[in-house]
Design a protein around this ligand. Sequence first.
Ligand code: ANZ
Ligand code: ZN
Length: 854
Amino acid sequence: MQYNPNKIEKKWQKIWDKAGIYQAPDKIEGKKNFYHLVMFPYPSGDLHIGHWYNFAPGDVYARFKRLQGFNVMSPIGFDAFGLPAENAAIRHKIDPKTWTYKNIERMRKQLKSIGTIYDWSREVISCDPKYYKWTQWMFLQFFKKGLVYKKKASANWCSNCQSILANEQAEEGRCWRCESQVGQREVEQWFFKITKYAEDLLKDLKDLNWPETTKMMQKNWIGKSEGTEIKFQISDSQLPSVIAKMEKKESSSTLIDVFTTRSDTLFGCTYLVLAPEHPIINNLKSQISNLKFVEKYIEDSKKKTERERVSDVKEKTGVELKGIGAINPVNGREISVWVADYVLYHYGTGAIMAVPAHDQRDLDFAEKYNLPVIEVIRSDSQKKELPKRTPLVVSDGRLKKAYEGEGYLLNSGRFDGMKSETARERIGEWLSKKERAKKDVYYKLRDWLISRQRYWGAPIPMVFCKICGWQPVKEKDLPVLLPEIRDFQPTKEGKSPLAKVKSFVGIPCPKCGDPAERETDTMDTFVCSSWYYLRYSDPKNDKAFAFEQKLKTWLPVTIYIGGAEHAVLHLLYSRFFNKVLKELDFVDFKEPFSRLCHQGIILGPDGQKMSKSRGNVVDPDTQVAKYGSDAVRMYLCFMGPYNQGGLWNPKGIEGIVRFLTRVWNLFDGLKDKEEETQNKSEKLERLVHKTIKKVEEDIENLKFNTAISALMILVNQLTLNSEKKSQISNGAGNKQLAKNYLKTLLLLLAPFAPHLSEELWQNFIIRGSKFEIQNSIHNQPWPKYDQKLIKEKIIFLIVQVNGKVRDKFEVEADITEKKAKELALSQKKMWKWTAGREIKKVIFVPGKLINFVV
Ligand code: ANZ
Ligand code: ZN
């Protein structure tokens, strides 16, 4: 019989499905629960190779855990709300729901072809009202807790289409529909106060078994910054600064607060910069002599996105507030005040003290506008030459690069010569006494903008009443159903298409009963995906998002596998949700995902990123049709380290097919009687046990590729042995192999090639006529290795030169000639005998000696 994956794979998928062997009960006596999770896919309609790369090796791990005796739950679902469905609706006039469910239908089939152990009875679809009812319910809990607010925020706006655009629709600053330039527009938006959890989100990172790079990305995204807030007095620059200094009347309208992490550089501050949005500009209007110019600059900066504003490559621009000055509190020196959009209003205090000598952005700016540069820090190495007091270094183009490191102070009055780290404290303390400074902490993290002016999402359950203001929908009235509509264009004012549906909008106020209006925005799809992993524990519950007991038995997720592109979005939002739900006592764990790992990226055969335009896309369905799903699974595991990925090599998958065929052929022609004659060899026995250990450890560490290499070595050896025996007994197909070895081989292979191993297991190990659940290979225990057998025998290898013993050392008994030679020649003792001489011959007696003839 030939290995024909297409025949056996479909067959087993059906049998397993019918028997429901992968459904995870909440409890199995004597087994520990193991929650294995892969990121649920967006139903785009086509499962691509990247999905496969997440799911197939992921499934290898899940199956391995199952064989190890865990009660594994490996659920799957669909992240089904989102823009593509709506775009398809606008373009092809299909309703988003129909489009989505058709895609789900197709993707279910594709997913099933992988041969995973997904428990389909737990499937979750985020656009199902039974699911989004609870998304809305979560919104209401957050609202009650004071974690939801509405405020104006800028959104992408295409003035040609008169429409708000999602970020994806405004890529590279152009509208996806009409290609015109996208601007920014202020719109009322809903926010979740994720910033309230900034410290917890940061602090709890350290206990997570996550890739360090991802933790680092979250850390940087949260961006905690400990520094000092320093108050600068505004002066009227018409007056000499001495007089301004003497003037004692200070009020908040004449003070500018700056946030700095480098108060040690304060003596080097030569101007202040305000963000264009800074409110003090308005207060100072009457004193600004070039107001028109300033206002024009502020207007222009509104058109830029934040990314453009802080971009390193773009030249920094700004305008001076003429007529305004500020006093440096450390030395009373008067400095100029500028407005520049490289300073962001939403970070720190929205104003900075510029120190061009020690901050590159400030230096670029200072050079462009010819502002003074004063050097106040020098690195340790130059400490000795540090002059006691140097004249001001005014920019004359000498300083090309800002020195941003630590060092010793100069040009800093009584702080001269002090270490910068110490000076940072001292200057802060000194100014604090004068109430001119205080320590402060800022986070880069912003509140999460969750409203979308879109149709295909969970409606935000809020109602606006002219009398009572914003009111939450009552919990008993959930879900707020998404009405079925035909016209998916946003309104001219940039509102969601739902705003055009009168029957949806009009509703009595939940508080006073007067006519009121529903919110027509829907929620960001990241809200839906922030809690789906909780729902899998109790997917059909209509009384709660999940019962406490169910949550307790399954969560937190034991291992979560998915793409690194979610490092700061989904993975941060989910942690935030978890923290809020913990505070509300709905869950009893701090973090949702105990262990996390990311699969790498698969490149096309040409080593380039796969894309339709390049024509290098590998379609998994075609590969499965050609080679079978076991081969595709296994090749994906073999192509490279899992967290790095690799390129799809068409020759590579053929190699895997050959390997699987060899496994198949080991069993082919295996005869009943002979196969029972146990035929053990010590060497083979040791190899089997070594392989168990290796495969077990490698899968546990998600090193699938090296686990497969070990399996290949084992299969080679088994094949050799079976050939030898069949020669001796001189009959074709007369094979003798210890049944135990073959059993072990199949079990080790089962996570990778579940179909082939089940087929062989049933045919040659069970030999039953009917499939019984308890006899499935996937319900067997993982093989155990014998520690004693694995230990290598150690021998003394004798090293001779021209037949004379020259050296002797300990090596493993089965050392190869190549290794022995290398090792012997690298010994210092040996150089005397071999250096400069030609080795004519090497005689190697395995396990005994090596002799060099020179
Ligand atoms: C003076 C200074 C001197 C600074 C120096 C740096 C180096 P992190 O660590 O990222 O928090 N800054 C403060 N608020 C800002 C804003 N709204 N927009 C743009 N930049 C802002 O960085 C804090 C530093 O970033 C602050 O310290 C400030 O520049 C700048 F040699 O103040 B520094
Ligand atoms: Zn009302």
